[in-house]
Design a protein around this ligand. Sequence first.
Ligand SMILES: *[C@@H]1O[C@H](CO)[C@@H](O)[C@H](O)[C@H]1NC(C)=O
Length: 386
Amino acid sequence: MVRIAISTAFIVAVIGMASALSVDQRAPTKGSVKKLSTVTSSKNIVARDNARLNHFKKSPVEELDTGSASVTNEIFSYIAEVTVGSQTFDLIVDTGSSNTWVGADTKFSAGSTGKSTGDSVSVSYGSGSFSGTEYTDTVSIGGSEATKQSIGVAKSSTGFDGVDGIVGFGPEELTEDTVSGVDEVPTFLQTLVSEGVISSNILGVSFAPLTGSEESATNGELTFGGVDDSAYTGDISYTDRVAPYWGVSVSKFAFGSTSLGSTTASGIVDTGTTLFYVPTAVYNKFLSAAGGKLDSSSGLVKFTTKPTSNFTFVIGGTTYTLTPSQYLIPTAQYSNWGISSSSGFYTFIGDGGSDSPNTILGQSFLEFYYSVYDTDNDRVGLAPAA
Ligand SMILES: *[C@@H]1O[C@H](CO)[C@@H](O)[C@H](O)[C@H]1NC(C)=O
């Protein structure tokens, strides 16, 4: 196995050789994503993320417990426009789950390409759930088309008002026991590979922060089958995946020169979480080092004096930095986040508890770091966003 960052030059070189070697190597394809916010209170973001975090802490086999008091229908997520048959759906881009399904808001109506498998499907997310029937249909994002994709069609769902479902980019093993009659169902990316649309099972994700208080903006991009070299700077650092999620081992949290403890945390890179969760011990030390307090009206950590030190941590020997202007929510976005007060400074760094996983690298972190989900090499990559 050659461990190198796939660069455009490398891909072009491989394509150049393809005809001579008769290797069917295809260039990566792309789709754009937009961020959608329908929140009225940051407390609902926190409630939703907490419910999802608690779900991650349960082993996948315990998931049948679907009751959750914290379901909120307010959405703060990255959405891809996904075509299924002749319909188009707004689906949450989720690397923390792996089933792809539609029908939460816009109802699915099978056209000539849609065929029911007769199997039932049911998935719980902590912050919501759905159940219905599994179909196969033509599914495409930004022109990348899988003709026989397994998809769930919701008969009922909770927690997904304003969106139509999820496109799951998590590891295939998370689909285990979600569909009756089969062990696992292939993800969208796996189908693109098996149908020869792309040659590598690799997803690159680029998210960008919103600049103002807009409710929705196209500010991200997915790359299927490789990475987009224009979306990051420097090299991509890879680390082995810790199963069953896109898990990473995180250590050496610090605030400026102050160590926030020597914990090695178990983390997940998750596009379906908004906040950046750190272990309780790290969180508590961060609050005292930075002078922050949990604010009951927003559900977020609030500072009365603006912190000036960087927040850093290490994954696989590489140090990742969030500067104050990155970990503090911009004032221009307070209404977008549902923060009602105009005074003080707020951060998206939250308390991830102590049980594994206790660190979630969610959207707020991923808006500053390009992320790569490399199934072929069972590894996760990160690089500073361009
Ligand atoms: C914080 O991080 C930024 C970006 O890596 C760096 O340029 C800056 O010097 C750091 N600040 C301090 C006080 O270390």
